[in-house]
Design a protein around this ligand. Structure first.
Ligand SMILES: *Cc1c(COP(=O)(O)O)cnc(C)c1O
Length: 822
């Protein structure tokens, strides 16, 4: 896209500060980390409550970005780049997308609904791709920010668009509609998701329908509520000869009436009636959500005038959609990013950004198949791909397919293979080790075989950590803080069991102010992993002081003895103003100076320049319990008194902090200069009302090793503590107390989830295994098992075991593999 300053000022209603020479924009970005940011990027500095991209502008200018859409020009950036100043950068991004959308005139399918949007989008893409050059929103980019980013990726070669629109409250859809302007409207399942944002179902449907204001057809599952909303909608937003194209299992008046639905062993066969004729269709799924989503696709195909034989042929090949980029541990210390289901230029860009965000290995490899759908000529396409790969500093690229092989000379450091089998034959010689590997290929190339080769095969139990949920939870607590309040995040005990380094990296990205660990070792491994944030060590032993200093960690000092021994070492090393943190005991009676130690403390520190009091802190014993409210307040008062005394007598103004997670929730007036967030980050609140706002972070998963049926009278496990009363089906799961599952959770106290059903744990939990009763569950070896996550939650387990979620989380042993995803 070539835009000049005049265009941009008009489109964005912006004020231009900078040189008005024409600018060529070929990339829109909101992500400061993307390596694709460059001279021709127009960067929109979005600012949320908790993250303000204006902070990154100077960095970006240094990286060569020249054009920014901002709310204000950051002080240190004036004169260094071109700025388009607007009232609201999100609105500006949307206006830009709306303008851009109108430059194109091919049909666009717009999808909304509560469930199934992304799946239907991916399937339609698959079903229609033989006949169209499709642009679709990547992954689930369906929000106020995701939609504009999807729309600006349209180019001249596309001839069909598929975009999804997701809303969580009223007034959002109009903005999305303005950017998507779909000709073909598709309403997927209207479930109860996101109901909080709406008064009721009718309001929710009404709001969603706004996407279809100008659509020539609306495709939906017929029911009374939707029909009545639609008749009002049609009266209000009239479009000549708009068609309602509906389907139903029960209502014969629907355009497509499903007469029969029958389960086979691995598929579902439906019979439908359309224009007076009957057709059979085999859908390769059994679950009802997939069947309904397939029927929605069927309607789109019928509307586009596909015949039943073509529909059947293509539908049979539908596949389950992997909706996120999963990072897996690979062989020889590799990480593997599995994106083996799609290949198009836009999703390649996203996958490369994701590759860049993975810091475990500095060496990066991309395994890429021919790109089947792009809208560009092959010459243009592979030139662009080669540039993109070069911009992302990929160490080596492996191209698989005849086309990419023939454009080999465009890439530096590429190895090519004619097909996947050829690659597999040469697998050993490629010597994969210590690298992060992005595997990205069109489905036809069956890259899942490559994933299987590269994936580390250990035992099957994993703790899956959702990094986006961590970000969400962080933002939730940040939103409770006053403007200038700093935040320290506690990542002790391996990030409360969730994985220390990965989480620290994420927190560093979010620019938290401090990290807190319990012991020096924990801090050292974070520093060795490249963490630059300051790290406070809560309980440093004197013997660790030299390494604390060597690694620039900051000790908490809680006694005169500790202070003296730290001072001694610090003086020997001739340190100046080394940051230390003074811990006060205000009632917890664990660590800290008491009131009667303060004079000695002041005397020791007065005039001392070896160390500097970076902060003064205390810890609350009862911030989570209403009945101890008075005690908690007395701690805060004592903290105020003691810390003020220190500050006065030493004439210093350090950071003060006393609140942990529950303190943040319950004592908003005691935020001082900083708070220390712990358990809340990991998705657990001590307050049931607040819990609703947090997202689950860790899911402990395993798989069934074996299934057997035992007759009445037989027993299960050590000590025969489970006796079958009738024929009982038993499944064995490879996780036991050595992995951190308490034995108290066995013997039918606890359960695991298999296929969304509860399977009670029978008999005693063994060291490496446990057994569950699956008599009522249709399951087999290899099926997934959830030990905790959204159901059951660690909170529920902790309650049943008379302990606290902290203990459940931190007990999960290090032999359980942690897998991170976003
Ligand atoms: C662990 C810890 C925290 C965090 O507590 P949460 O209840 O997990 O928020 C804060 N301060 C100190 C001193 C801690 O030891």
């Amino acid at each position: 896209m070539s835009l000049n300053s005049k265009n941009l000022i008009q489109i964005l209603h912006a004020e231009w500060i900078g040189s008005k020479a024409d600018v060529l924009i070929d990339n829109i970005s909101i992500d400061s980390r993307s390596l694709q940011n460059g001279a021709n990027t127009l960067f929109f500095a979005l600012s949320g409550v908790n993250n303000d991209a204006h902070l990154y502008i100077l960095d970006l200018i240094e990286k060569g970005v020249q054009n920014f859409v901002v709310r204000h020009v950051p002080e240190d950036c004036a004169g260094k780049a071109n700025f388009l100043v607007v009232n609201d950068t999100v609105t500006a991004l949307q206006q830009f997308a709306g303008y851009y959308r109108n430059l194109f005139h091919f049909p666009i399918i717009g999808l909304t609904g509560s469930n199934g949007k992304t799946i239907v989008k991916e399937w339609l893409n698959f079903l229609l791709s033989p006949d169209y050059n499709i642009i679709r929103s990547p992954k689930s980019y369906n929000s106020q920010v995701g939609v504009p980013l999807s729309v600006v990726a349209i180019n001249e070669k596309h001839n069909l668009g598929i975009f999804e629109a997701g809303i969580s409250t009223v007034d959002e859809m109009t903005k999305l509609e303005n950017m998507i302007k779909p000709n073909i409207g598709v309403l997927t399942n209207i479930g109860s998701a996101h109901d909080e944002g709406f008064l009721n179902l009718v309001q929710k449907i009404d709001e969603k329908l706004l996407l279809f204001k100008e659509s020539e057809v609306i495709i939906y599952q017929k029911n009374e509520v939707v029909d009545s909303c639609l008749s009002q909608f049609s009266a209000e937003y009239m479009v000549n000869s708009r068609v309602l194209f509906s389907w139903s299992f029960t209502d014969k008046k629907a355009t497509v009436f499903i007469l029969k639905k029958e389960n086979k062993s691995e598929s579902t066969v439906i019979q439908y009636q359309y224009k007076g004729e009957k057709f059979d269709l085999e859908i390769p799924f059994l679950d009802s959500a997939s069947v309904e989503n397939s029927i929605t696709c069927l309607l789109v195909l019928l509307y586009l005038k596909y015949d039943s034989a073509t529909i059947q042929g293509r539908m049979q090949l539908l596949y389950p959609v992997e909706m996120r980029l999963a990072v897996k541990n690979g062989v020889h210390n590799c990480s593997v990013i599995d994106d083996s289901y799609s290949s198009d230029f836009q999703s390649l860009k996203i996958a490369l950004d994701f590759l860049e965000s993975q810091k475990k290995n500095s060496k990066k490899t991309v395994i890429l198949s021919d790109i089947l759908q792009s809208g560009f000529s092959n010459e243009e396409l592979y030139t662009k791909v080669a540039h993109l790969i070069a911009a992302n500093k990929v160490s080596r690229i492996i191209g698989i397919g005849e086309t990419i092989s023939s454009f080999k000379e465009k890439f530096s450091n590429i190895t090519t293979f004619q097909n996947t089998a050829d690659f597999i034959t040469h697998f050993e010689s490629l010597a994969f080790a210590n690298e992060t590997i992005l595997i990205k290929g069109a489905r036809a190339f069956q890259f899942e075989e490559i994933v299987a080769l590269l994936e580390e095969k250990t035992h099957e139990t994993i703790l899956e950590i959702n990094l986006d949920s961590i970000s969400h939870n962080l933002n939730f607590f940040k939103s409770k803080l006053g403007q200038k309040i700093k935040i320290m995040v506690m990542v002790k005990a391996f990030g409360y069991g969730n994985g220390g380094l990965e989480i620290a990296k994420l927190l560093e990205h979010h620019k938290v102010d401090y990290l807190g660990v319990a012991f020096a070792d924990e801090g050292i491994s974070l520093k060795n992993g490249g963490i630059k944030l300051p790290i406070m060590v809560l309980n440093p032993e004197s013997t660790s002081f030299p390494s604390i200093i060597q690694y620039h960690l900051e000790p908490e000092i809680y006694s005169i003895k500790g202070l003296n021994s730290f001072l001694k070492i610090a003086q020997e090393k001739k340190l100046k103003e080394y940051p230390i943190h003074i811990k006060l005991d205000t009632g917890m009676h664990r660590l800290g100076f008491e009131e009667n130690n303060l004079d000695e403390l002041v005397a020791t520190l007065k005039g001392n320049t070896t160390v500097r009091i970076q902060s003064i802190l205390s810890h609350m014993a009862t911030s989570d319990e209403a009945k101890h409210y008075d005690f908690a307040n007395s701690q805060i008062q004592l903290f105020e008194k003691l810390s003020s005394k220190l500050m006065n007598e030493l004439n210093v103004k350090p950071i003060r902090h006393i609140l942990n997670t529950s303190g943040i929730s319950n004592f908003p007036d005691a935020q001082y200069d900083m708070v220390r967030l712990g358990i809340g980050l990991y998705g657990v609140s001590n307050d049931a009302a607040e819990q609703k706002y947090l997202e689950n972070v860790g899911t402990l998963k395993s798989v069934i090793s074996q299934v057997r049926s035992i007759p009445a009278g037989d027993s299960v496990g050590y000590g025969r503590r489970f006796m079958a009363q009738k024929i009982t089906k038993i499944a064995t799961i490879p996780i036991g107390y050595a992995d951190g599952i308490s034995r108290l959770w066995g013997n039918e106290v606890g359960y695991v989830m298999i296929k969304n059903q509860k399977a009670p744990i029978v008999g005693s939990i063994c060291m490496d295994m446990l057994m569950v009763n699956v008599t009522e569950i249709d399951c087999k070896e290899g099926d997934a098992v959830i030990i905790f996550g959204e159901n059951p939650t660690v909170i529920e387990i902790a309650k049943a075991l008379k302990t606290i979620p902290y203990e459940i989380l931190t007990s999960i042993s290090q032999r359980v593999k942690r897998v991170f995803f976003r």
